[in-house]
Design a protein around this ligand. Structure first.
Ligand SMILES: NC(=O)c1ccc[n+]([C@@H]2O[C@H](COP(=O)([O-])OP(=O)(O)OC[C@H]3O[C@@H](n4cnc5c(N)ncnc54)[C@H](O)[C@@H]3O)[C@@H](O)[C@H]2O)c1
Length: 453
C-alpha cells in the first residue's frame, strides 16, 4: 500500500520503518529539516534498538523515503498517518496544535481520496475535529475527494518499539466507515499473522481506549509505590509482597514494580490530559489525581533518602547516578525521574557524576552550566562515575547496571552506600559486601558511617 506518515518521532519513525519492512511504499513527512537530512543518510535521530538497520535497508530498497514537503508526501498516499506530538498544554490538557495544524495542511493540500489515521494520542472527539478541518479546506478549494478519518492509537513501548510494532499485543482501529476499516485491517494483517488481535471499534472508543490503557498502567505503578511506602514503615520488603501478589493471575506480574516513579512521553501527560477531560465533563477524577500525586511524591524519594542519609548536609558531597533515561532502552528524557533528582542535587550543592549508556548527550544539552562549572560530570562508564562517590543511586535499570562488579565499585567509592531506585539488587548480598543498601519500600540493610564532607 502507499502510505504517508506525518511526524518522524518515536512513533512515526518506527511505524514508517515497520510498514516499509512489510513491503509497503512509505513516505515520512517531517518538518525538522535537520532531522530529514540525518534520516536521508540512514541515521536514526533517536535511540531505538533495531531502528537504524531497518531505516538503512528500506532507504536502499526505495520502500522508505523522507521529505519536508507535505504535498510530496501525500501525493500518492492511500493512507495518511498523523504521528505528531501531543504534549501537555498549560492546563494539563493535550495540546492539539500540531495535530490540528496537520489537519489544516491536509485540507489545503490533499488532491485525492484517502484515509487519514490519527496515531497520535488524542482526546475523544479529536478525530471529528480533524475531519472537520480537512473537509473545510477541501470545500474552500472546491475539491471533491472523500476523506475518512480513523483512529489507530499506538501501544509501542520505547526501548522495544520495533518488536512491539512488528508483533503487537493488539491493534485497535477506530473507524465509523466499514470500507476504510477493512483497508486498515488489510494493512495490519501481516503484523497479526500468528496472533489475530485486531479490535475494530468506534472512532471515539479507540481514542478513549489509549488514555484508559495508560491511566490503568500508571495506576498500577502508583498503587505499588503507595504499598511500598507502607512497607517501608512496617519493616516489610515490598519485593516479597510483589511476588506474593503478582502470582495471582487477576493481578499479574507486570507494572507492579516499586520504584522512583514513572516518567516518559506518555504516562504523565496522558494521565494529566484525562484528568482535564474529566474536569471538563464535571466528573471528579479522584483516582487519577491520586495516581499523579503519588508519582510526583515518588520522584522526590531518592533525594529525601539522600538528605536523610547525610543528615541534611549535602553541600560538597559527591553522588554517582546510574541511568538517566526515563527507562532502559531509550535516550528519551521526557519527565524522567532522574531530572527531578538531578535538579535537587545540583541545587543542594552536590557534585554529580552520572552515567547512562545512551542519554548523556541529551542530559548535557539540558545542563550546560553545571557541566561547565564541573558540578556535573557525565560518562558512559559506570565505574568512572563511582570514583570518589559518597553514594551511588541506581535510577534507570539498564542491563549494564544489573550485575556490576560490586567489589570494584566499592573500592572506587569513598563510601559504599547504594540507593536502589528500582529494587534490582540483592540487598543481603550487598550488605555482606560491606554496603549500606536502601531500596524503595525495603528495609535498609548494612551499615556505613557517614564521614564529614
Ligand atoms: N513515544 C512513545 O512511546 C509513544 C507511544 C505511543 C503513543 N505515543 C503518542 O504518539 C504521538 C507522537 O509521539 P512521539 O513520542 O513520536 O513524538 P515526538 O515528539 O518524538 O515526534 C513528533 C515528530 O513530529 C514532528 N512534527 C510535528 N509537527 C509536524 C508537522 N506539521 N509536519 C511534520 N512533522 C511534524 C516533530 O518535528 C517530531 O519529529 C504522541 O501523541 C504520543 O503521545 C507515543
Amino acid at each position: 500500500m502507499r502510505i504517508c506518515v506525518i511526524g518522524a518521532g518515536y512513533v512515526g519513525l518506527v511505524s514508517a520503518a515497520c510498514f516499509a519492512e512489510m513491503g509497503n511504499s512509505v513516505i515520512c513527512v517531517e518538518r525538522d529539516a535537520a532531522r530529514v537530512a540525518r534520516l536521508a543518510r540512514g541515521e536514526a535521530p533517536i535511540y531505538e534498538p533495531g531502528l537504524e538497520p531497518l531505516l538503512k535497508a528500506h532507504l536502499a530498497s526505495g520502500q522508505l523515503r523522507f521529505t519536508e514537503q507535505l504535498a510530496a508526501g501525500i501525493a500518492l498516499a492511500e493512507i495518511v498517518f498523523i504521528a505528531v506530538g501531543t504534549p501537555s498544554g498549560e492546563d494539563g490538557s493535550a495540546d492539539l496544535s500540531h495535530v490540528l495544524a496537520v489537519a489544516d495542511d491536509l485540507g489545503a493540500s490533499l488532491q485525492r481520496a484517502c484515509i487519514v489515521v490519527d496515531k497520535s494520542t488524542v482526546p475523544v472527539g479529536t478525530g471529528e475535529r480533524v475531519a472537520q478541518r480537512i473537509n473545510a479546506g477541501l470545500l474552500r478549494r472546491a475539491k471533491q475527494c472523500k476523506v475518512t478519518v480513523a483512529s489507530n492509537p499506538e501501544f509501542l513501548k520505547e526501548g522495544s518499539a520495533i518488536d512491539d510494532f512488528m508483533r503487537p499485543d493488539r491493534v485497535i482501529i477506530g473507524c465509523d466507515d466499514p470500507a476504510s476499516a477493512e483497508v486498515l485491517r488489510r494493512l495490519y494483517a501481516p503484523f497479526l499473522r500468528n496472533h489475530e488481535r485486531l479490535l475494530c471499534m468506534s472512532l471515539r472508543a479507540a481514542e478513549f481506549s489509549k488514555y484508559a490503557a495508560n491511566a490503568f498502567l500508571a495506576t498500577k505503578i502508583s498503587f505499588i509505590n503507595e504499598m511500598a511506602g507502607l512497607c517501608a514503615r512496617l519493616d516489610v520488603d515490598i519485593e516479597e509482597v510483589r511476588r506474593g501478589i503478582g502470582s495471582d493471575k487477576r493481578i499479574g506480574t507486570h507494572f507492579i514494580y516499586a520504584g522512583c516513579g514513572y516518567g516518559g512521553s506518555c504516562f504523565p501527560k496522558d494521565v494529566r490530559a484525562l484528568i482535564r477531560t474529566a474536569e471538563q465533563e464535571g466528573i471528579e477524577p479522584g483516582i487519577l489525581r491520586a495516581v499523579e500525586a503519588r508519582n510526583a511524591l515518588q520522584k522526590t524519594l531518592l533525594f529525601q533518602a539522600l538528605r536523610e542519609h547525610f543528615s541534611g548536609y549535602l553541600q560538597g558531597r559527591v553522588v554517582a547516578l546510574w541511568g538517566l533515561a526515563f527507562k532502559p532502552g531509550t535516550d528519551d528524557l521526557r519527565e524522567a525521574p532522574s531530572l527531578v533528582l538531578l535538579d535537587a542535587l545540583l541545587a543542594a550543592g552536590v557534585s554529580v557524576q552520572a552515567c547512562d549508556p545512551v542519554a548523556i548527550g541529551a542530559v548535557a544539552e539540558r545542563y550546560p552550566q553545571a557541566l561547565d562549572s564541573g558540578q556535573l560530570r557525565l560518562s558512559e562508564s559506570p565505574y568512572a562515575v563511582v570514583e570518589g562517590a559518597d553514594a551511588l543511586v541506581l535510577i534507570t535499570e539498564w542491563k549494564q547496571f544489573r550485575q556490576p562488579d560490586f567489589q570494584r565499585v566499592r573500592a572506587l567509592m569513598r563510601m559504599p552506600v547504594l540507593f536502589d531506585g528500582r529494587n534490582i539488587y540483592d540487598a543481603k548480598q550487598l550488605a555482606e559486601l560491606g554496603y549500606l543498601y536502601r531500596g524503595i519500600g525495603r528495609p535498609a540493610l548494612g551499615h556505613c558511617k557517614v564521614r564529614a564532607a
